[in-house]
Design a protein around this ligand. Sequence first.
Ligand code: UD1
Length: 343
Amino acid sequence: MRIISIVGARPQFVKVAPLSWTSQGKYEHQIIHTGQHYDPELSSNFFDELRLPEPIKNLYSGSGSHGNQTARILVGVEETLLDLKPDWIIVYGDTNSTMAATLAASKLGIRVAHVEAGLRSFNRLMPEEINRIGTDHLSDLLFAPTLDAYKNLEIEGLAKRSLLVGDVMLETLTYMKDKIVNDSLASSEKLFVTIHRAENTDVKERLLSIVKRLSLSSIPVLVHAHPRLLKKAEEFQIDLEIGSIKIMKPTSYYSTLKGIIESVGVITDSGGLQKEAYLLERPCLTVRSETEWIETLEGGWNQLDPDLVQIETTWWEKTRPPINTKLYGDGNASQKILDAINL
Ligand code: UD1
């Protein structure tokens, strides 16, 4: 049985890692890199750190508008799948790489497994929401990371093809955690911040208001800047390094987790980081009006705060109940996924 994972963007390298480790010596598993992300900080650094094998093929698709990028990946994936003839492909999350790979494979009659299925923001203005819905409805096997995600699949009539397996990101985090906790300093007065979603970066007034709120924080704000943020700030002539803000490069996975542990809290619009903050027991303000990871809101660990109203309050110091890692399964999602595919 030949299984090929198709990934292209930073969070997907984190998600494919446990599948790659678990399949070693047991299943034929290879990786196609679409090239959606190509800067070393967003791509090759993750392959090195997570001990991922060299992709069997890199499509070097690069950046572009949604239609342009999705179309180039679609063409590249189709050609490659015709050549490699896998039995299954595995796709992850909600990126343009995921949508394009799913479309190419399903039309070729190659079975598709979707890892992180069933997440919904219920906001169709998000390109990721369109990608998730399309991918879920075309896939042959749907692997839900949480009970809420599984329920969303049930509601959409997809229960027969769905399995609740837990979250693969919990496995990657667990693999790194002990070493990072040992290496980390005690948490200190700083906030770990990332902003990269189109809804926050691509409208000048919106980006300006976020930067203003961050700059006024009494706690130093370390912004790990995604290239999209830098590009848009330059285009709108917004000075990012003002007031409390210090701009840093995007961090590797190891440095991201270490940065979270060493902070008093996280401010982000990333899905993965909301969950990582929760699992590392740091409070998180999410700069959005909705979240796909609603379990993180339990106990007040995560709060939706699109206008960063809470940044200047004592919100960070609140006492919170213990976290519940079981919300993300038992840490064996990758084995369950490979077992189901190999049935
Ligand atoms: C993509 C995903 C998003 C995910 C994010 C993780 C989609 C629709 N969105 O968003 O769900 O949360 O990845 O980071 O697929 N760029 C570089 N270097 C790179 C890659 C991108 O400079 O290596 C710049 C380019 O100017 C590009 C912009 O970043 O136009 C956006 O990149 P893109 O891959 O289109 O979307 P992301 O915002 O990264």
